[in-house]
Design a protein around this ligand. Structure first.
Ligand code: HEC
Length: 157
């Protein structure tokens, strides 16, 4: 009886601590946000497709046929990179919304994504292929860093 009472008040404390933590992480916007997709769907439907646009348009492919420069060659192609980079950059903010954020480290990775995405955006606006390649690498590092901490642990496959 006694131990059950202690257990339930401990559980209540833990619950309270969890809620408090989330509220502290919530941005003070004064409006309530309603997320629509899960974190996994955010990854699959927002982050991954936009990151692919950047990675597919940066660097070189070297194979038996020789060297192919992936850098955009038309204004339209550069603009598609601009749109992808802007989306990816803002996606960092989406990851910090209450209900998605998993705490301080998570928010740092999310902010890193915004910064790396902004680097790609600036590069695409300047039509700077070298800078876009570097920004693509930075984006990749941020994806990996967050996955190492928050995904790899929970992965069973
Ligand atoms: C702030 C942390 C964070 C960042 C940054 C992040 N991810 Fe993720 N990602 C996760 C977590 C957590 C999961 C596991 C989600 C789950 O299974 O519920 C995941 C899963 C995924 C998945 C698998 C989704 C599925 O269908 O199960 C893909 C694809 C993915 N991430 C792509 C990316 C790409 C590309 C980037 C960088 C542009 C990125 N992620 C950046 C946290 C992050």
């Amino acid at each position: 009886m006694m131990s059950r009472a202690i257990f339930s008040s401990l559980a209540a404390l833990l619950l309270l601590a969890g809620c408090g933590g989330q509220q502290q992480d919530a941005p003070e916007t004064g409006v309530s946000q309603r997320t629509v997709v899960t974190t996994a769907e955010t990854m699959e439907w927002i982050l991954e497709p936009q990151a692919d646009v950047i990675w597919d348009n940066a660097g070189f492919i070297i194979d038996a046929q020789g060297e192919t420069d992936l850098a955009p060659t038309t204004d339209d192609a550069w603009n598609r990179v601009v749109y992808a980079a802007a989306t990816l950059s803002e996606a960092g903010n989406l990851l910090m919304l209450p209900g998605r954020s998993a705490g301080a480290d998570w928010n740092e990775y999310a902010a890193g994504l915004t910064a790396a995405g902004k680097g790609a955006l600036d590069a695409a606006l300047r039509r700077d292929a070298d800078a876009l390649f570097d920004a693509g690498g930075n984006i990749y590092q941020v994806c990996r860093a967050c996955h190492n901490q928050y995904w790899a642990e929970g992965r069973r496959d």
